[in-house]
Design a binder for this molecule. Sequence first.
Ligand code: HEM
Length: 427
Amino acid sequence: MAENQNPAAGNAPAKPKPAAPGAAKPAAPGAAKPAAPAAAKPQAPKAAAAPSGVYKPPVDRTDANPYKNNRVGALGAWFQERFYVIMPILDYLKKKEVPKHRLSFWYYFGGLGLFFFMIQIVTGLLLLQYYKPTEASAFSSFVFIQKEVPFGWLIRQIHAWSANLMIMMLFIHMFSTFFMKSYRKPRELMWVSGFLLLVLSLGFGFTGYLLPWNELAFFATQVGTEVPKVAPGGAFLVEILRGGPEVSGETLTRMFSLHVVLLPGLVLLVLTAHLTLVQILGTSAPIGYKEAGLIKGYDKFFPTFLAKDGIGWMLGFALLVYLAAVFPWEIGVKADPLASAPVGIKPEWYFWAQFQLLKDFKFEGGELLAIVLFTIGGGFWMLVPFFDRQASKEQRSPIFTIIGLLVLAFLLVNTYRVYAEYSALAH
Ligand code: HEM
């Protein structure tokens, strides 16, 4: 047998005649095999065109490694032999198509959220090289990063701004997928995993806020970790969050470990599920668009849509650097647990709506009621794909559009109320 001969080609005559479809028959066992001349290139027998749905044995498939016989240097060959395994993944990405229509613009916000999340990982790792998570040194290590470390100020500002932009992108992404009813069957778990990602991202914001150990963060964390107290068993939860009855160095240790270990681990797990589902199920089009002829075409996800995503990322990065350089976040003054709380303590903007709700419910038992309402509302929102039966049948569901508008209005109005009240206090 000729060297390098492919087992499938072993039985092949030197110049096989193309067989008429359906005419090829496997050689009878024991039949004389025509020997291939040593010089002849082995060729796989042309498989008879199998009727669709019939299993094709692996020998009939085209070689999975298209680079196998390429003429490259030893190093190139080494890489090609190992990395051809990513070819099926790229082929898979090429299969995904993104519909083009007048609302396609909103498809970019999930990718932008992902971009800012990646920036968080990189800048967070850099900050970790200098940050010291103790009551005595947390604040001074921030001052050191900001004033002494080369480009430390830029990395810190980018981390702080990118966190805010990421959460903003996630809210836009969530509401755009909500109004396009992208959560409908079979994408329910995309929505649920996305919702969990938003909750985890808010957790990042909450735990990160205390890390500079400045006055504002200290008292805001005191107010924030106090919230569960009014619920039954809530005092226990408060102690778990704080690592004791009050906000202290123990709280800083907890927030730090949640921020740099537990939350990133959970986000990576859930994000993998979310993005895998996006690839497997593909991007949805709004209800009725296909039937009404409103789809103008499709972009291949790889490389076309990904390249367009890349343009969005570059714009996002330019905005990020601009904000970081022109509107730096203050470090403030070091936290003093014995001092009285300064006026105007409020959480980060993405908690303002809940904060305002708690302020509005300041009557007897009101705070508990607000927590219960918010928990039920959050649960309903997370499970909305399972309630919206109309959308799952590809029928419009105006009631859910109205619910979405009410939720959006609640968030915007309450957020604005906190903004208006506290900016008046500041002047
Ligand atoms: C770290 C957070 C998140 C990242 C990185 C992320 C990323 C993505 C990406 C890249 C896509 C595909 C492109 C697109 O449609 O924008 C997508 C789709 C989707 N995401 Fe997210 N997402 C996140 C959070 C969320 C949240 C908070 C929700 C809603 C609660 C959500 C729900 C969805 C849904 C339903 C789709 C399918 C869209 C469709 O098929 O049309 N995601 N996500």
